[in-house]
Write a protein that binds this ligand. Sequence first.
Ligand code: DOR
Ligand code: ZN
Length: 345
Amino acid sequence: MPDYMETPRWRDMHVHVREGDAVYTLGAVSAAYCSDILVMPNPFPPHGIDTMERLEAYRKECRAACGPNCTPHMTMKLTPNTTPDLVRAAARAGVTGFKLYPDGATTNSHGGIPQEWLLNRPSIFNETLHAMQEEDLVLPLHGEMPKSFVWDREKHFVEVFWNLAWDFRKLRIVVEHITTAEAVDKVQHLATAGFAIRATITMHHLWMENGASDWHGDGLYPDRYCKPEAKRPEDWQALIRAVKNDAFFLGSDSAPHVPGTKYCYKGCAGCWTACTPGMLVTTFEKHGLLDHLVEFTSRRAGRFYRLDDRPGVVKFRKESWQVPKEIAGYTPFLAGETLPWRMVP
Ligand code: DOR
Ligand code: ZN
């Protein structure tokens, strides 16, 4: 077994860097080892990044935070008011995509697309999606139906992404942070058939091999609570198998919250994993997947998002370390636990 390894810089195609001063802290955390990050548009609740003015201001901050070695690729929030004109303006400004949050599905998703629109798309919504397809923008999806029973939310969304893939054959679609065997199966089926659809998988869902038992089996671990929730061990097994397949790549959904909103009544969903990339190396080593690490963390996203490769490596050493209870004021995933691999300068 190796005790040191290097990889090309990673691409994390789903990151929350929040707003205000946090952008600088959180952007720098990812920029330490990523050449590219896809920035989610849900800061500044309730509206999020939904106008060109907000986009430009936020992009400026994200660029400053990430520095010269990491590109923050920007997304905007798809809302019932997103027009084809806004889509075209965003494309001209170099925006990567519009993120679809079903209204109420997760943290700061309010004002997203109503669940009813997903099942029966009104023509104004179709026109916006057509404009995205014409402009070659990406559609990242939060794949949960907010009004369903919590563990059926992803299941009930399968029909939505399946229909989108068929109706918009050229639109690049990413089903974000999938957690179920069924989603793995359906995305793989469509991607193999040549549809422009992929899915991201998070580090924390790959970690929780006992599914829900790992976050509330013997007591509640707020740092491991996220949306979509980790579910059954069979789902975890499907995610682990998916890592070998070209249709799946890293999107950490790294979503920091401060202890006050994590350890409280009605704590926020979100696992902050960007600060501990060594946990993914740990998972990949444990399950015999190290040969697939670079494809998963860097190459596949590069091909799908058409990104230029950059020089530089990330270094990891097998050196036991305890994840602090708090980093830069936020609660990390696995707070207080010991990891065998850590990133080193
Ligand atoms: O657990 C989550 N937290 N899932 C999401 O989709 C959003 C995120 C957040 O912004 O905190
Ligand atoms: Zn997210």
